[in-house]
Design a protein around this ligand. Structure first.
Ligand code: NAD
Length: 464
């Protein structure tokens, strides 16, 4: 059941009679249809009317219209304008470039630009490593997408992906001081994407691939890692894997189980699921059962691609067959990165005692968290309106901060695991409980701790 939230927040400008009851009538009318008022501002006043801005959280675009209609239906009230606050935030984009140097006079110009800049160019031509010292490369990441898997919305193309990539860049800056820039490519051809990223790479200290559909994303990342001398990190894969491995470590501490004794069901073997499985296997689980839309992955299943072949070879020790519900029986852990509403409380009840359920499909999880809580000891989702929100923003800013500081040329599983441990360790023993297995995304300690761990794992001291 959705609740009114800031994602569907509107400001309605109304004219109302200047009566003593006007404010109460307006707020009651919005409240009666389920609107949650967050601000009420009188912006103008006349002898015969007042002009009021009512800011209100809604559940959906339709619900926002219901609220506006309810206000308009009041006697003497006229709606002048309705502003969608989310769209207002995106007007003109969310990021910009600012100069770090003053350009006040001819002297400044001569050093920042010609003729002085020429000597800096020559220095880099003679010693290409100087690019990291003398240009934006040392702190800049490209956020590259082809728009083929935008959030949970599917193939929206590069222009429609831009608001997400801008948001990502804003998060990079806010949480880790990284200058990230959206690169939305107008192609969904694997070879063209690889070539385009190769061509732009000189500017960047790292490449963050984003919202590129599986299985294309696997080949693009693998080939770019071979081609480039900077780290290439597909956040939908590895950012998710870091957060899940961290959260699982803490959830296991809550239920007092050792991962070596646990059977873990991973539902969804796409971008996120495949990376979770690969990183999780480094932690030595008792067994992993991978499940996709066609059921449990096993080596004798026909028609499986290279990715599923690898998963089949490295999971499912007992070669179990069947569907998700079969996989859940006796399982210690469920990790879902697949599709909404796949099971209910009855299936959670078939899991082992002290079950851990991470239902991460967005926006609607694999199981309703309130249903899962009836039988599971720990429940996490990707949602901000429940405890234990697993969100990649816990990982990617710190990961790139560490990679850039270390001037890393690549990224390894050791770095990913170091990031996961650092993230888990933020939640110390005093704060750890079933409703707090991961820190808040606004915990200022997160990005520095993750960055420090990645920097150390990269084996190079912070260059300052
Ligand atoms: N909360 C988080 O941090 C987080 C991070 C990454 C992904 N996700 C969510 O996980 C989901 C998957 O993301 P992705 O990028 O890996 O997508 P993807 O398209 O690459 O993979 C989806 C996988 O789910 C499987 N699947 C689909 N329907 C299924 C069903 N009915 N039963 C079992 N398996 C089914 C598919 O076979 C595929 O293996 C999305 O909802 C995404 O929003 C959440």
């Amino acid at each position: 059941m959705p609740v009114p939230g800031p994602g569907y927040s509107i400001t309605v400008r109304v004219e109302a009679p200047p009566s003593a009851s006007a404010a109460g009538d307006l707020t009651s009318a919005a409240g009666r249809v389920g609107g949650v008022i967050t601000a009420f501002d009188v912006v103008d006043s006349h002898s015969d009317r007042v002009v009021v801005d009512i800011t209100c959280n809604a559940m959906s675009a339709d619900h926002a219209r219901d609220i506006t209609d309810a206000l308009e239906a009041l006697p003497g009230v006229a709606v002048r304008k309705v502003s969608d606050r989310t769209f207002l935030m995106h007007l003109g984009g969310k990021i910009e470039v600012t100069a770090k140097v003053a350009l006040r006079n001819r002297d400044d110009l001569s050093r920042a630009y010609t003729p002085g800049v020429a000597r800096v160019c020559q220095a880099i031509a003679e010693n290409p490593d100087d690019a990291r010292r003398l240009t934006i490369k040392r702190n800049t990441v490209a956020v590259v997408t082809d728009g083929s898997a935008v959030l949970g919305l599917g193939n929206l193309g590069p222009a429609a992906a831009l608001p997400v990539m801008e948001g990502k860049a804003a998060l990079f800056k806010k949480f880790a001081g990284v200058d990230a820039w959206p690169v939305c490519l107008d192609t969904q051809d694997t070879e063209e994407i690889i070539r385009a990223v190769e061509l732009i790479a000189p500017v960047y200290g790292g490449i963050n691939l984003e919202d590129i559909a599986a299985p294309r994303c696997f080949e693009i990342e693998r080939r770019l890692r071979d081609l480039l001398d900077i780290p290439v990190f597909h956040d939908d894969q590895h950012g998710t894997a870091i957060c899940v491995v961290a959260a699982l470590r803490n959830a296991l501490r809550v239920v007092g189980k050792d991962i070596a004794d646990c059977r873990v069901v991973v539902c969804g073997v796409g971008a996120a699921g495949s990376a979770i499985i690969r990183l999780l296997l480094r932690r030595g689980p008792g067994d992993v059962l991978a499940v996709d839309v066609d059921g449990i992955v096993h080596p004798d299943r026909g028609d499986i691609d290279d990715n599923l072949c690898w998963v089949a070879r490295n999971t499912n020790k007992d070669k179990v067959t069947g569907g998700l519900h079969d996989a859940l029986v006796g399982a210690d852990v469920f990790i879902g990165v697949s599709a909404p509403n796949l099971f209910g409380a009855d299936q959670v009840a078939t899991m082992a005692p002290g079950a851990i359920v991470f239902a991460l499909a967005n926006p609607d999880p694999e199981v309703d968290p309130l249903e899962a809580q009836k039988h599971a000891a720990v429940v996490a989702t990707g949602r901000s309106d429940y405890p234990n929100q697993i969100n990649n923003v816990l990982a990617f800013p710190g990961v790139f901060r560490g990679l850039l500081d270390a001037q890393a040329h690549g990224i390894t599983d050791t770095m990913l695991l170091a990031a996961a441990d650092a993230l888990a360790d933020i939640v110390d023993g005093d704060r750890l409980n079933a409703s707090f297995i991961v820190p808040s995304v606004f915990d200022a300690a997160v990005a520095p701790a993750v960055a420090d761990a990645v920097r150390k794992a990269a084996g190079t001291a912070h260059s300052g």
